[in-house]
Design a protein around this ligand. Sequence first.
Ligand SMILES: Nc1ncnc2c1ncn2[C@@H]1O[C@H](COP(=O)(O)OP(=O)(O)OP(=O)(O)O)[C@@H](O)[C@H]1O
Ligand SMILES: [Mg+2]
Length: 499
Amino acid sequence: MPVLSMKNVSKSFFGVTVLDKVNFEVEKAEVHALLGENGAGKSTLMNILGGVYAKDSGTVEVNGVTLENTSVNESEKAGVAFVHQELNLFNDLLVFENLFLGKEILYKTRTLNKRAMIARTNALFEELGVNINPRAQVADLETSQKQLLEIAKALDAKAGLIILDEPTTSLNTSEVQHLFSIVRGLQKKGITFIFISHKMPEVFTIADRYTVLRNGCFIKTGKISDTTPRELTTLMVGREVSDKEIYSAREQGEVVLELQNCSGTGFRDISFKVRRGEIIGLTGLAGSGASDLMQAMFGVAPFSGGSMTVFGKKLVRLDIHKAMKVAKIGMIPTNRKENSVLPDMQLLENEYISEHTLSSWRLHIFKKREIAKYNHYKKILNIKDNSCHDIVTSLSGGNQQKIILARLLNTNADIFLLDNPTQGIDVGAKGEIYKLILRLSEQGKTILVNTLEIPEIEKVADQCVVFYHGRVHTILNRNKIDETTVMLHATGAVPPAIA
Ligand SMILES: Nc1ncnc2c1ncn2[C@@H]1O[C@H](COP(=O)(O)OP(=O)(O)OP(=O)(O)O)[C@@H](O)[C@H]1O
Ligand SMILES: [Mg+2]
């Protein structure tokens, strides 16, 4: 008997069908990859299983028990735990408070037994090999730590079926390996996993079987050992995706950005130069400083030392407005839910907001013009929406990310700081975004991409700056950029070298 059997499940939002008679079956103690393009319906199907959304029709059985009046409670009782794609933590609470929310350990006097909760948290983290202080405030955690905390929460619920909806978007290679070893251990104990990811190598490392959805329809299910990444991609997209080399060497202009001995929270003594039209990949293990550096370069956090020169002008007391207006810098921050998406606003408003930060003196917003521009970006980024007036959270994760990209393109910045820009973007669309990055550089834009995915850097970067413990460990030229070399430097396994 399968652990999970979803049959003929349909769901529509405001008359738009997003799941059309989907069948989905998962066997006990397997890792089942649920695959599909952005907007295919993966999260929606899991939200129905997790009791977040009610289905319109169809049946859901967990361990032979039919889930009727879908509610999160009913689902949890049936042994389902859900690690959401958009993290679901309370930033204002402490780590252990998040873990025990709604199931607090109490003294007989009905007061909170914090000591017991902290001890349990420590024990759980130790078992998982996670290094997080239970008393830390969640707001102060790195995104990768938040992701691990979410996973720990699901594991703590002693669920028999765990849904991991894109759990690795902020984890580095070694953290992913660590997560996978935890998953394998639990699998041996009979726990079943549904694993959603746009990263093919991960799918082929961890999953036993797969199911592909396309446009809300079931396409195929089978064993991972009987398929190839190419076949799965074709099934998801509905046509062959070319993996042709997209990089091309380009003429580069004058130095437009120079960092000299820059220091700040999380990074120290950073120096490098970037030329007009250049694409620089930044990487390092999570917390290695590249993300912090980008934030300081955009005026989010202060530099404590050193200098940053942009277009020949030394920038002092940088703030976001100055970065955008004077230095013509644009940024996509990491962690879209917390740093980018304005959840109660429309797609259109989410897209044009940066532009209007720049032109704050203008009293009117010309809706017609804005909609025309929105439609332009919708086309080049292939955004799947129903109307530009829908609120942004009604879009799938990957499509929300595309809105944030559109917001950046709309500012007409000259220097782009992209922190984990393809978070949650599907395989086909990723290729399009790499192409876009190259096209932008050909038009004279200068681009810094911070990513934990080294293949992304291999695809587009002219140079790769590898960070280690807050410092630049090595700068690699394009011909030296490959996964092994970059990892050796990122883990400090080889001595620093400027090649
Ligand atoms: N609350 C909602 N209101 C309206 N439409 C929604 C809502 N939730 C999801 N949808 C729509 O359902 C479709 C499927 O979205 P879903 O989030 O399931 O995609 P996904 O396969 O998880 O994609 P991704 O890989 O980008 O996360 C999308 O077109 C989305 O816009
Ligand atoms: Mg999703």
